[in-house]
Ligand binder design. Structure first.
Ligand code: SF4
Length: 653
């Protein structure tokens, strides 16, 4: 019997219309756990590295995490993996909500799509019955609208539907996959879904999941629930409000946006408005937020309520959470009301709420600079907010200049030329980043930005405070119950970290400490993505309920796999190196690993090189960021080493 997982994947060939239920190899679960890990293994084994993202040979894998569907609180992530059209590297994006647990209850761990359908279709998975159905009547429909129409058509109000909108259908590189309570937005995975002519996947499952040692597992789940309650009553003192608690930053609950609006950049990630937030703005935004927020909502099996149902009068309802609340507002130098209104249209179109507003602000900056012309914007209204709607419509339809912009700022700038490249200034690995520009280089963040394969800083950071506490009393209080640290040395790193002087950024944390901190943060994110745990309860917040000490017990009691901390660390390393190897095989090298030039005002090129050197060495990689043969062999990835050697990527060093 298989525990925690179902032991079956669905393989759907969209070119042939063939559907297969395939039993999986339990040995792969032991080596990679599930979710992101087994997705990477499938991508490595089955998709040649030369494959174009829009090739029928590219796979689009929807995976549950290993613990999804079990009673583990907040384990509900769907991990979608493919080759990204924007970065051309492996793209993986997560969505919360209810979709992954539903798929498990239908009897599958993953749905793997290959090929391309000749017509627009959707897939209906209802336990053992799986159908490919015509979706021509859904062409051009919004994501929320599509989900509702499918539920009505199937007469299944409880079906969970993941859908693309017009942006995905038109292969817009920032197209998202939306599913009611969450979305997988980064890296253009919605464009790959559109390229496969797959409008939606509806799932309904009513089967059970087996647990190896249920009583033990339930006790662990109860401990997590107790701890969530405790943390709700005892927020972390001395850090900004959104970092005091658990979950995604609670921006649907809180109104105070002083920190974001004054520290993050407006427009095309260039302008800081230091005195923006005042009483008047706060009152106005509070009124706006409370008038459109119908209620707070959670993902499957989670008490945190990070999201909200948003109902703007005259518009259909949609779900929002986190920093998406501000991205359109700040890109357009507008107010919160505009942000809530345009986000409704953007959600129906299915676009990434981080990249898309930046692409539009980038375009208007190019117009001001005379690089794009009036001709490019023929018909564009002069009103500031209206012109954002106008451009959004053109991008998702790929009309006129919208067709160029639909590929994101990096590719658009290449195509436009005439110096446009300098305006696409906020990218890493060809992908737009959060509009954050700071003063002094932070060595930990430098490494995370440079080397992260997830291309999303908010999904890489966590665990270690973002800034030092001013006083020793605060630091001592923080470390007192810091049980999550994998090693006591992290407490010392924090205790000695000062705001100014020798023990402050950029030279403290030291190079070696920075590498240790990044490795810990990465490890937690990787484990979450294998298990399907929401980062908001594990890798992202300070002092979370899941950590390296209790995770092995969850895994062992759920799956029956004998797991301890050393074993779990090894699984993390194996998956980290496999994903790095997939990207190395697609051309990723040291030269690609750099944060935007203007991310910090004060840069330290020599120190940055040292940080990268030390990080690569710590990982067992060469100075190009390529895993060495020995590293791969030690992680049961000898077949990867052989492949890289045959290609001449690994030399006999
Ligand atoms: S913490 Fe928030 S985002 Fe995470 S699963 Fe719970 S409700 Fe969803």
């Amino acid at each position: 019997m298989r525990y925690a997982e179902t032991g079956f994947n669905l393989e759907i060939d969209l070119s042939r219309g063939n559907i297969e239920r395939v039993e999986t190899d339990p040995r792969l679960t032991e080596l990679h756990l599930g979710g992101l890990g087994t997705n990477a293994k499938i991508l490595w084994d089955r998709v040649p590295s030369e494959t174009e993202p829009f090739s029928p040979d590219n796979l689009l894998i929807f995976s549950t995490g290993l613990l999804c569907g079990t009673p583990a609180v907040g384990c509900n992530r769907t991990i979608v993996t493919t080759y990204s059209p924007q970065t051309l590297l492996m793209g993986y994006s997560m969505m919360g909500g209810f979709w992954a647990p539903e798929l498990k209850y239908a009897g599958y761990d993953k749905v793997i799509f290959r090929g391309k359908s000749p017509n627009l279709i959707y897939v209906w998975i209802h336990n053992d019955k799986v159908e490919i159905r015509d979706a021509s009547h859904l062409q051009g429909k919004g994501t929320v609208e599509t989900a509702e129409l499918i539920r009505q058509e199937l007469k299944e109000p409880n079906a969970q539907v993941a859908a693309i909108g017009l942006a995905g259908e038109n292969r817009v590189y920032t197209a998202s996959i939306e599913q009611g309570r969450s979305s997988a937005s980064r890296l253009g995975i919605g464009a790959v879904m559109g390229d496969k002519r797959l409008k939606a996947i509806a799932v309904r499952g009513t089967k059970d999941i087996n647990l190896a040692r249920p009583a033990e597992f339930m006790e662990l789940c109860n401990e997590v629930l107790e701890y969530i309650k405790f943390r709700g009553e005892n927020p972390v003192p001395g850090v900004m409000t959104i970092l005091q608690g658990l979950g995604s930053p609670q921006e649907m609950l809180h109104v105070d946006e002083k920190w974001h609006t004054e520290n993050f950049m407006w427009g095309n990630a260039r302008t800081r408005r230091k005195d923006f937030w005042n009483k008047e703005v706060e009152e106005k935004w509070k009124e706006t937020q409370e008038s459109v927020r119908t209620r707070l909502i959670s993902c499957y099996n989670c008490p945190m309520k990070c999201g909200a149902i948003i109902s703007v009068p005259g518009l259909s309802t949609y779900m929002m959470k986190c920093f998406s609340k501000l991205t359109y507002t700040m890109a357009a130098y507008s107010d919160l009301d505009f942000g809530f209104r345009i986000a409704q249209r953007a959600t129906e179109y299915g676009v990434d709420g981080f990249s898309t507003p930046q692409i539009m602000a980038f375009a208007f900056e190019l117009k001001e600079a005379g690089i794009l012309t009036d001709e490019d914007f023929a018909g564009c209204p002069s009103d500031n907010e209206e012109r954002f709607y106008w451009l959004l419509d053109r991008i998702v339809r790929r009309e006129g200049i919208g067709d160029v912009l639909a590929n994101g700022t990096y590719w658009a700038a290449q195509q436009i030329g005439k110096g446009a490249e300098a305006y696409a200034h906020n990218n890493i690995k060809k992908h737009e980043q959060l509009p954050l520009k700071l003063g002094m280089l932070n060595p930990v963040y430098f490494l995370m930005y440079a080397t992260g394969e997830k291309i999303n800083i908010t999904q890489i950071e966590g665990q270690f405070p973002q800034a030092p506490f001013p006083t020793m009393e605060e630091r001592e209080a923080f470390v007192k119950d810091w049980i999550q640290v994998p090693d006591e040395k992290f407490k010392r790193y924090l205790l000695d970290w000062e705001l100014r002087g020798e023990r402050s950024n950029p030279y403290y944390p030291t190079v070696d400490m920075s590498v240790d901190i990044v490795d810990w943060q990465e490890m937690m994110h990787y484990i979450d993505d294998l298990l399907g745990t929401c980062a908001g309860l594990s890798s992202f917040p300070l002092k979370p309920p899941y950590h390296i000490h209790n995770y092995p017990h969850f895994i062992s009691s759920a799956t029956g796999i004998d797991m301890d901390e050393a074993g779990l660390t090894q699984v993390y390393k194996r998956n980290r190196n496999l994903i790095r190897s997939i990207n190395v095989r697609r051309g990723l090298r040291r030269a690609d690993e750099k944060p935007p030039e203007d991310h910090w005002k004060k840069r330290f090129p020599e120190l940055e090189e040292k940080l990268l050197d030390a990080y690569y060495k710590f990982k067992g990689w060469n100075n190009q960021g390529i895993p060495t043969k020995e590293t791969l062999q030690d992680l049961d990835l000898g077949y990867v080493a052989e492949d890289l050697e045959q290609r001449g990527i690994i030399k006999n060093e």
